[in-house]
Write a protein that binds this ligand. Structure first.
Ligand SMILES: Cc1cc2nc3c(=O)[nH]c(=O)nc-3n(C[C@H](O)[C@H](O)[C@H](O)COP(=O)(O)OP(=O)(O)OC[C@H]3O[C@@H](n4cnc5c(N)ncnc54)[C@H](O)[C@@H]3O)c2cc1C
Length: 290
């Protein structure tokens, strides 16, 4: 099937883009890489009057690394992250996880802002945004506003921004060099969406105890989440793999997982447990040996 007819605008500023979105009042769609939107249009799951292409707006494709953190412009593509040497040092967990996104052709066009706005719970970027305590800046008729990632995603393919707001950038807090981290995901084929994925990180204090324990889950439900109950149990502990597994299993037992054509609930819960354990093992050689 092909999409219904639509008009096409290429504004040169955010203000111009917002004016077009406002004028069409919910009947306009932003297009970035088109990797999610074009299939949606071709299946006629959406029939906008006009597409607003962000490609001619300057300043949206920058990657800015500083002592206060890393800012990724909304039009930064997966391939830009992959090719950015300094980013590997500044945000290693981000880079490791993004290497799992899709295939080359899609990575060459797909963008950070498009993935955040699309809000697929099995996609890496939304999960990372929540796992990394990121904040997302959007612009609309009332100017700029910044939303914590944990409040940005409302459910499957649903976010807290309006149809006339544009994602400008995402900010990831500063990442200390010595921070422990791991990422693990399972997909049936390389480049497919994750069936289950886990991003974990923590800091070690002078006594070797874990602090700031973060466990972010991808593909665990309607939106990206953190495993708060297990995080609390592991905080200020000397981590061992058995301690991690005990805390994680108890937490996962109280969560519901979907059953579908790909896997039942029991399998998905078990797979998620495995991904979290693998991510923790990767985070610390010490854990591997205990
Ligand atoms: C075969 C295939 C496999 C894939 N595998 C994976 C995978 O493994 N992991 C993964 O994470 N993704 C995967 N993707 C999705 C891919 O990463 C897309 O790039 C991404 O979901 C959307 O980015 P985009 O720039 O193409 O957005 P578009 O398709 O252009 O837009 C997507 C949505 O976001 C909106 N939007 C875009 N930019 C903005 C903005 N700045 N502000 C507000 N709204 C905006 C659009 O209106 C639209 O609703 C896959 C896609 C395909 C086709």
């Amino acid at each position: 099937m092909k999409s219904t007819d639509f008009n096409y605008a290429v504004p040169h500023s955010l203000e111009e883009a917002i004016d077009i979105l406002k004028l069409h009042d919910g009947e306009a769609k932003i297009i970035a890489g088109g990797q999610s939107l074009m299939p949606i249009l071709n299946y006629r799951l959406a029939s906008p009057q006009i597409l607003v292409d962000l490609q001619a707006i300057s300043g949206l494709s920058e990657i800015d690394i500083s002592q206060s953190g890393t800012i990724l412009g909304s039009r930064v593509r997966w391939v830009d992250i992959e090719n950015h040497i300094a980013l590997q040092q500044a945000q290693p967990l981000l880079c490791a996880a993004i290497s799992h996104v899709a295939h080359y052709q899609i990575r060459n066009r797909g963008t950070v802002g498009g993935s955040l706005a699309h809000a697929d719970p099995s996609a890496e970027m939304p999960g990372l945004a929540v796992a990394l305590d990121a904040s997302i800046t959007v612009i609309g008729t009332n100017g700029l506003r910044t939303i914590d990632a944990k409040d940005f995603f409302l459910g499957q393919l649903s976010t807290s921004i309006s149809s006339s707001e544009i994602i400008v950038s995402i900010k990831l807090p500063f990442w200390p060099h010595e921070r422990k981290w791991g990422f693990s995901e399972f997909a049936r084929r390389k480049g497919d969406f994750a069936m289950a994925g886990a991003a974990v990180w923590y800091d070690l204090n002078a006594q070797g105890k874990a602090s700031n324990v973060h466990i972010g889950l991808i593909g665990a439900g309607e939106k990206p989440i953190r495993l708060n109950q297990a995080e609390e149990k592991l905080e200020q502990q000397n981590l061992t793999l058995s301690l991690v597994e005990e805390a994680v299993l108890a937490s996962l037992a109280s969560m519901s997982f979907q059953s579908d054509i790909h896997a039942n609930e029991k399998y998905r819960r078990s797979l998620m447990g495995e991904m979290i354990s693998k991510a923790f093992s990767q985070a610390s050689e010490i854990l591997k040996n205990k």
